[in-house]
Every structure is written in structure tokens, then in C-alpha cells.
Design a binder for this molecule. Structure first.
Ligand code: NCD
Ligand code: ZN
Length: 447
């Protein structure tokens, strides 16, 4: 059953809020407007006093399959996604094996499709030893690529300058955007060794070992190579004021460089290590203070194109080690939209920023637009109905992750994801999963 009518809701798009009905037939939005007739639909959903947003496209998830299922798996991760209003995820390639060629990409797609509660697209990884796989991975459906400039989960090596140049040349030629984990490998190694020598073990050291310089140095390197090679760069998980300034310089210089940040960089603070210890260890690190303020300001002003979750689950054992040994990253796909709605309903940012940052731009940048990311005739019937007068209690019971290791447990957030519709299928009803497992693999839409 994928034919339905959503009535009387307030549709939130980046351009404004509209009191319209939405008709979905065979999974596709066919009509938007006032007083639409229910002919041909099996279900009418009343969204009075609610907001209706396009399904969220979370461009930054690490769901761990294949190979790292002991941390989490696609079944848990994709259930968590839809419960939080995410209807499309862009899955990152640092799995085991990493997504290094088209065969691995297609094998991963097949595996995930058998477990998917959410629609998903895939990124390939690029480094010195596999750059010649670029075109084949695009052909197989990759929506973009990921390059790791610094050390993090998966130990993927950073590219040499010449490889980076060729990646960006190919990015220009094929019109594909490349996501960068922008932390300079050698500088991270240098600062880590230097700080380890002090013998201190407090968790804040993780932040000291990756100061803003490591981000800035990496961004300026990417920017200078992109300036001359061409191509489209996307800096993910921007964590500092300094990184924002570096990206601004690159843009003034005419470089096509877009940017993502994640909720933890503007919601958490370095003081939170006292309470959470290595649970909030993440790369780049939580900084707080002036960085937190600058990030929020940059979100409100429109500097950032996207906000992703950087959903990165690990086991309780991996997260309870000492700060140097603990794994970096924590899950966030289920809380991404609720945290952003809470900010909007408390007046921190306009509600219309949410569809732009969490749906429209990720779909545009990663070749899923206009099928995903918006509500218009011809687009996928992916809708999230929000009750602004209810609250989301973030509890272990509510979270669908394999391990409930979220720093947001205990929060009471304004607004609640009531219903979620994926290609016309009701996958969440009154906050609960309906059990419909209808997720599919999304190939890049060539423009
Ligand atoms: C990510 C992970 O665990 O996959 N960890 C993280 O700290 N952000 C990898 C990454 O994006 O760096
Ligand atoms: Zn990263």
C-alpha cells in the first residue's frame, strides 16, 4: 500500500510553510495543493496542527556492515533512522572491506538491501591504491566519494598530493562531489605524540591532540588543489571556528567547497568529557566555547550547506577504554532531526532551515535530487509528520541502536516525530515502527 493522502498539514520547505494536502500514488508525490480528493488512495492521514517535512537525507552514516556488525548493523541502524524521521541515508565506505571498487560497492548494496528499513545510497572510498576505480564506482551507482585525510576508524590511508589532484580532476570531469574527513594526518600524529609524552590521561587530551590547526591545514590543502584541478569538495564534520574561516577564504578564492557540521559540535562542550569521558570521543573532537558559538551562528547565517549525523557506533567496551585507546565516534542518526527541531521550536533557528540543511542540499550535492530531498510532483513520497506540541523523550528504550551509547539520553526535546512515510508506505505510526521493511538501494541520478 503506497497510495495515500496527507491532509491539513503545514508543509515545511526551505521557501516557506504552506497549508496544503499531499497525494502520493505508487510511492510518488502526484499532487500538492488545497482540498485534494482522496480518489485512488487507500489511506487518508490527518496532519492538522502538525508540520510535514520532506524525509530527512542523512548524508553521513557509518552503519558498519559489512564486517563490523559487532559494533552495530544495518537492521538496527536503519530502524533507528526511520524512527528519527530519516528516510534516506548516505552510507560511508569505511566498512570491512572498505568500498574500494565497483564489485565491493554492489556486494554491499545487495547485503544492505536485504536488511533495509530506510532507502540508502553509497559512497566509494578513494586513496592512492584505487584511484583508477573512480569511474567504475560511479557507473555502479556511487553518489559520491569519501577521502580520509587524517587517522580515524578504518585506518584508511590519506592520499598523496598527486592522487588528490587527480581525484579532483575526475570530480570535475564526472560532476561528482568528494567528501573529505579534513584532519591532517601528520599533524595529528605529531600533536598526539607530543601530548602523550606528558603522561596525562584526562579525556580532554583528545581535543588537545587535534587542535583547529589540523583541520585548517587539511582544508587549505584540499582548497588549493581544488582551485587548480577543479572539482567539487565537501568538508564533512566541520568542528571549529578556524575551519569555517578557512572554508570562507577558499570560497572567496573561487573554489567549489561546501560544508557540513554535526549536532555534537554545537550542542556538546569540552566540559562534557567530565560526565561522558570517551563516550564523546569523536574525530574531529568536541571543542565547545567559541567554536560552538561560531558553528551555531554559521548554521543560522546559511554558511553551512548541510548537517549530517556522523552516526558512528562502537561497542561499550570500545567506548569505555582510556581516552587514547577508545574508539572515536558515537551513534546519532535517530536524534539528528529531533535535536534540530528542538532548536527550531525554541527559536534558535528558523524551521525552514531544517529541510534545506537536512534534506534539500544533501540530495542536491549527492545526485539524488529532485527524487529525494523535497516534496513536489514527481519526487519520492517521503514525508515526516511532526507534532510540535509533543515532546521527544530520549531514552534507551526509544533508541533502536544495538548499543544505547548516546550522550543525548535523558533529554526532553520539543516536538516529536509522529508518522514517517517512505515512498508512500507508513513506516512509523504515532512514534512506533510499523514493521514495514521497504528500503531500497538508490543509485546516483545522472543529470
Ligand atoms: C567515524 C567512524 O567511527 O566511522 N568516527 C568518527 O570519530 N567520526 C569515522 C570518521 O568519520 O572519522
Ligand atoms: Zn570522519
Amino acid at each position: 500500500m503506497s497510495n495515500l493522502l496527507v491532509k491539513n498539514g503545514n508543509i515545511v520547505l526551505s521557501t516557506g510553510i504552506y497549508k496544503w494536502d499531499i497525494k502520493v500514488l505508487n510511492g510518488i508525490v502526484v499532487e500538492i495543493g488545497r482540498g485534494i480528493s482522496p480518489s485512488g488512495v487507500e489511506e487518508v492521514i490527518d496532519a492538522s496542527n502538525c508540520y510535514v517535512l520532506p524525509g530527512v537525507v542523512d548524508e553521513h552514516v557509518h552503519m558498519r556492515e559489512p564486517g563490523l556488525e559487532y559494533k552495530d548493523d544495518f537492521e538496527h541502524g536503519s530502524k533507528a533512522a526511520i524512527k528519527g524521521g530519516v528516510t534516506t541515508v548516505i552510507e560511508h565506505p569505511n566498512t570491512l572491506p572498505p568500498v574500494e571498487d565497483s564489485k565491493k560497492l554492489l556486494t554491499k548494496a545487495k547485503l544492505l538491501e536485504s536488511k533495509a528499513y530506510v532507502d540508502f545510497a553509497l559512497l566509494g572510498v578513494l586513496h592512492d591504491a584505487n584511484i583508477f576505480e573512480f569511474e567504475d564506482m560511479i557507473e555502479a551507482g556511487a553518489v559520491g566519494f569519501k577521502v580520509f585525510m587524517g587517522p580515524t576508524t578504518g585506518n584508511i590511508p590519506p592520499p598523496s598530493e598527486s592522487t588528490l589532484y587527480e581525484i579532483m580532476e575526475k570530480s570535475a570531469k564526472k560532476n561528482v562531489r568528494v567528501m573529505f574527513h579534513a584532519e591532517d594526518y601528520k599533524l595529528v600524529e605529531y600533536f598526539t605524540e607530543r601530548i602523550k609524552k606528558t603522561g596525562r590521561i584526562d579525556p580532554e587530551l583528545h581535543t588537545e591532540a587535534r587542535p583547529p590547526l589540523v583541520e585548517v591545514h587539511s582544508i587549505l590543502k584540499i582548497a588549493s588543489i581544488t582551485k587548480y584541478a577543479g572539482g567539487h569538495a565537501h568538508i564533512v564534520h566541520v568542528s571549529s571556528l578556524d575551519a569555517i574561516e578557512a572554508i570562507k577564504l577558499a570560497r572567496e578564492w573561487g573554489v567549489d567547497i561546501t560544508a557540513e557540521t554535526c549536532p555534537h559540535y554545537f550542542l556538546l562542550d569540552i566540559n562534557d568529557y567530565k560526565r561522558y569521558k570517551a563516550l564523546i570521543k569523536v574525530n574531529p573532537p568536541i571543542r565547545g566555547g567559541i567554536h560552538r558559538e561560531a558553528l551555531l551562528k554559521a548554521i543560522v547565517s546559511g554558511f553551512f550547506e548541510t548537517i549530517g549525523s556522523d552516526h558512528a557506533p562502537h561497542t561499550p567496551e570500545e567506548k569505555s577504554k582510556s581516552i587514547w585507546e577508545a574508539a572515536a565516534g558515537f551513534p546519532g542518526v535517530q536524534t539528528l532531526l529531533p535535536l534540530m527541531l528542538d532548536l527550531a521550536f525554541r527559536g534558535v533557528l528558523p524551521l525552514t532551515h531544517i529541510p534545506r540543511l537536512l534534506a534539500e542540499n544533501p540530495a542536491k550535492l549527492f545526485n539524488l535530487w529532485p527524487y529525494k530531498g523535497t516534496i513536489m510532483p514527481g519526487s519520492s513520497g517521503d514525508l515526516v509528520i511532526i507534532d510540535p506540541d509533543s515532546y521527544t523523550e530520549v531514552t534507551s528504550e526509544w533508541l533502536e541502536y544495538k548499543y544505547k551509547l548516546s550522550p543525548y539520553i535523558g533529554l526532553r526535546l520539543k516536538g516529536r516525530v509522529r508518522d514517517v512515510i517512505l515512498r508512500g508506505h507508513v513506516v512509523v505510526k504515532d512514534g512506533k515502527l510499523t514493521g514495514r521493511k521497504v528500503g531500497v538501494f538508490l543509485k546516483r541520478i545522472s543529470q
